[in-house]
Each structure stands twice: as structure tokens, then as C-alpha cells.
Design a protein around this ligand. Structure first.
Ligand code: GDP
Ligand code: IMO
Ligand code: MG
Length: 426
């Protein structure tokens, strides 16, 4: 069997958690391959709303194994909170989840450095979630990091102390107050719990599973436009959020990758700083934010809102090799008389259909096509055959422009508010 991948095509929060949960019954294993608790993946079913940060979104189903891959960075404090909440709901997390020995640990000092670094950037701050993601990946690539497997080594405490000393030196360069001992108390409580979990060589586990005919879905975090290589650098996260991240983050060879599900909102959002060509600063943007409840699942910050951006989507489809598209939150556009689609950008009077290299300082004006809204409540629909003609026209136009089929249309946050347009290829 191959490993299918589901990932975001915009700036994150496309609805990955919801769709992974919907697709989980078709898979034996769900694996997270990058990012960490900067992610907030929301699932809704049976009147329950749940947000996951580190734990894969297959956790609510029985008979499915959830793997936190080597490419993920783990904060034991946040993981403990997540596990405690799930256990209180009766979910047997330890039975259903395993963690790669090679996943890196987020230390309390990584979080402090993240905060100090953002503070020193002033107006140029990234808008980080302040979860310590950047400093942890820096220590990983700088070959200083601590991994989950290291927790079981006799010299773990020494290695921890050594790295914290290094971090304290870095913090001296910042005008930043902190109280580490309180943070460390929680950290070591989390570490104790983490050591009691199922810790594995996840690359062997996944590859053996594939060999034995098991199906795997890799769950992305963040979105393509936040990728450290291909996103709107430097306003990005610190990992490869794109399909290639599956290979490095789970130990899966490129020829083992099957379907690539690219997920996008029927409009566009971004949380944190950085370029966003179709952002709306007017009452239309406010209407999108209100109708879409666009507030961050991890930080609660209001998300910036705008129209769908085809040049950006085309780029994301190319980078990821997307084979199926999933359109989310169509219902958020229910009340709009007209809907705009950015087809090109205007840069200095020239029309371009790609994101320029220097997107941060180049003034990019979106060129729009307008389509009729459907003015129908989509949230009650139970079959794709019931969708209004205007929505069908919107979907067909996007498919034609993007040259990839839209196989799922989501019309509400609940598991059941999911319309399957074509047979999903799994
Ligand atoms: P993720 O990070 O990609 O998993 O997405 P988030 O959970 O951060 O944000 C998506 C938000 O939209 C969550 O609050 C979901 O409950 C909600 N959501 C998902 N799909 C739909 C949909 O089709 N319609 C509406 N109205 N909300 C949705
Ligand atoms: P999910 O998986 C949306 C954004 C932050 C900030 C930038 C860098 O829920 O889609 P970081 O904490 O990684 O250093 O922040 O990336 N960001 C996200 N935005 N969804 C996410 O995850 C995000 N994870 C990080 O807002 O702009
Ligand atoms: Mg999210």
C-alpha cells in the first residue's frame, strides 16, 4: 500500500483535522509528520468540539493506530494537557497512539527564546504562536536538540542542563524576564507522562505496515504558504509543511506516496503577520470572519480574511503534486450576493499568475473575477446532488482553473456536514 497525504494549501486552518477525522475509517494508521503544538486541529461530532495540537486526528476512532512521527516537535507540557483531556473523555490514548523516538523535544527555554526573539523583532515580528517551534527546529538542524528517545538515556539530565545553559546565554542577549523553575516543574511532569507512552522506531513501524498491506494517511499541519522553503518567507513556520515533509517526517520514500489531498477554504485566511494579497480590510472581511468564526484554534487570535487566491493555490498544487482537492467552509459564503476569485496579480501594471519572489515588499494587487453567490443554507444539505447551481458553477470554475478534481465539499464543522462529490480515490 501507499501513504496518502492530506495537507493545507493556504496559510493553515483549512480544516485538516475535520477531514482527517472523516477519512480515518478508510485507514489503518494516521501519522503526523511535522509541526508541533503551533497546530490546532478542530474536530466536531456528536455535539462535541475538540481541538488537537500534537495528537493525530484519528484518535477518536477505534481500531486505528495514530503515530506522531520523527518530524514533529513535542512539548511534553502541552501533550500532557491533550492526553489528560482525552482520557477524561474515555479515550485510551496510550493504546491508540505511539510516538517516534526521533521526534524532538520542545524545552521551556525554547518557548522563552521564541518569545524573546519575537519581542526583539518589534514591528517585524512573525506572529509566532510562541510555542517554541522555531528555536526547537533550530536546535534540531544545529545538532543540539534533545529527542524523545534521549529521555531513556542515563545522562538525559546532564544533556538537558547543558542545552539549558546554552539557552540562558542566548536569553542574556535579550531584555527578557523569565522564571524558569516554575516552567521546569510542569515540563518534568510532562516528561514523566511521555516516558510512560508507547515510544517506537516509527519509520520501521510505518514501512512494515505498508509492506503488510496496511493503509496510512499522513496528516499535515500548518499550510503550504507557511512552508519554510516555499512559503512567504520569512513569515513562515520552521518546517516543511508540503508533501516532501511526509518523506522526511515519517521516513516514507517518495515512491511510497499515493494520493495527495490538498485542502483549502472556499475563501482564504491567515493568522499572524506576513503578505496576504487578497486580504480584505473592509466590512466584507469582517463578514467572512464572523460567518466563519475565524479565530485561531491555538491562540484565539482573529484570523485575517480575504477572497480565494488562485495563483497561490496553483503554486501549492504544483509544489505538493495534489491529486484531489477538498474545499472547506463553503457554507461561510452562504449569505454573499457575489463572490470574488483572484485569478491574477497586477504588479506595476503587469499581469502575473504566480507569486513573485519578493512577495513581502512587492506591491501585489489582486485581479478578480466575480461569480454569483448561492444564497442558500448549505449546512442542512446531505448530498452533493442537492447543491445549488451557483455553487456547482463555482466548483466547476475552480476545477477548470486548477486542473485537479474537487472530490469533497465541506458545508459545516460537523463530521456529518461533508459532501462527497466523486468517489474518493482510497
Ligand atoms: P485545521 O488547523 O486545518 O485543522 O483547521 P482549524 O481547526 O484550525 O480551523 C478550521 C475551523 O473551521 C474549525 O473551527 C472547524 O470546526 C471549522 N470548520 C471545518 N470545516 C468547516 C466547514 O465546512 N464549515 C464551517 N462553517 N466550519 C468548518
Ligand atoms: P494548523 O495546523 C495557522 C503561523 C503563525 C505564524 C507563523 C509562525 O492549525 O493549520 P510558529 O508558531 O510556527 O513559529 O508561527 O505560522 N502558524 C499557523 N497558522 N495554522 C497553523 O497550524 C499554524 N501554525 C503556525 O500564526 O504566523
Ligand atoms: Mg488550525
Amino acid at each position: 500500500m501507499k501513504v496518502d497525504v492530506l495537507l493545507g494549501l493556504q496559510w493553515g486552518d483549512e480544516g485538516k483535522g475535520k477531514i482527517v477525522d472523516v477519512l480515518t475509517p478508510k485507514y489503518d494508521i494516521i501519522g503526523r509528520f511535522q509541526g508541533g503544538p503551533n497546530a490546532g486541529h478542530t474536530l466536531e461530532f456528536d455535539g462535541i468540539k475538540h481541538v488537537l495540537h500534537t495528537i493525530p486526528s484519528g484518535i477518536f476512532h477505534d481500531g486505528v493506530s495514530n503515530v506522531v512521527g520523527n518530524g514533529v516537535v513535542i512539548d511534553p507540557v502541552i501533550l500532557k494537557k491533550e492526553i489528560d483531556a482525552l482520557v477524561a473523555m474515555g479515550v485510551d490514548v496510550n493504546k491508540k497512539m505511539s510516538i517516534s523516538k526521533k521526534a524532538h523535544l520542545i524545552l521551556p527555554t525554547h518557548r522563552l527564546i521564541d518569545a524573546a526573539s519575537e519581542q526583539s523583532k518589534g514591528n517585524e515580528k512573525i506572529g509566532s504562536t510562541l510555542k517554541g517551534i522555531g528555536p526547537t527546529y533550530m536546535d534540531k538542524t544545529g545538532r543540539n536538540g534533545l529527542r524523545v528517545g534521549d529521555l531513556f538515556l542515563p545522562n538525559f539530565q546532564d544533556r538537558y542542563n547543558k542545552l539549558v545553559e546554552k539557552h540562558k546565554q542566548i536569553l542574556k542577549f535579550h531584555d527578557f524576564d523569565y522564571n524558569l523553575s516554575e516552567l521546569e516543574e510542569d515540563f518534568f511532569k510532562g516528561v514523566d507522562l511521555l516516558k510512560s507512552l508507547t515510544v517506537i522506531d516509527s519509520e520501521h513501524y510505518i514501512n512494515n505496515a505498508i509492506k503488510n498491506g496496511k493503509s496510512v494517511l499522513a496528516e499535515g499541519a500548518q499550510g503550504t504558504l507557511l512552508d519554510v522553503d516555499f512559503g512567504s518567507y520569512p513569515f513562515v513556520t520552521s518546517s516543511n509543511t508540503t508533501a516532501a515533509g511526509t518523506c522526511t517526517g515519517l521516513g516514507v520514500a517518495p515512491n511510497k506516496v499515493g494520493e495527495v489531498f490538498g485542502i483549502f477554504k472556499a475563501y482564504c485566511t491567515r493568522v499572524g503577520s506576513g503578505p496576504f494579497p487578497t486580504e480584505l480590510h473592509d466590512e466584507v472581511g469582517e463578514e467572512l470572519r464572523k460567518a466563519g468564526h475565524e479565530f485561531g484554534a491555538t491562540t484565539g487570535r482573529p484570523r485575517r480574511c480575504g477572497w480565494i487566491d488562485l495563483p497561490a493555490l496553483k503554486y501549492a498544487i504544483m509544489i505538493n503534486g495534489v491529486t484531489q482537492l477538498i474545499m472547506m467552509k463553503a457554507d461561510v459564503l452562504d449569505a454573499f450576493e457575489n463572490i470574488k476569485i483572484c485569478t491574477h496579480y497586477d504588479v506595476d501594471g503587469k499581469r502575473i499568475d504566480y507569486m513573485p519572489y519578493d512577495i513581502v515588499s512587492t506591491e501585489v494587487k489582486p485581479v478578480y473575477k466575480e461569480m454569483k453567490g448561492w444564497k442558500t443554507d448549505l449546512t442542512k444539505l446531505s448530498s452533493i446532488n442537492e447543491i445549488p447551481q451557483a455553487l456547482n458553477a463555482y466548483i466547476e470554475y475552480l476545477e477548470q482553473e486548477l486542473s485537479v478534481p474537487i472530490t469533497i465539499v465541506s458545508v459545516g464543522p460537523d463530521r456529518t456536514q461533508t459532501l462527497i462529490r466523486e468517489r474518493v480515490l482510497v
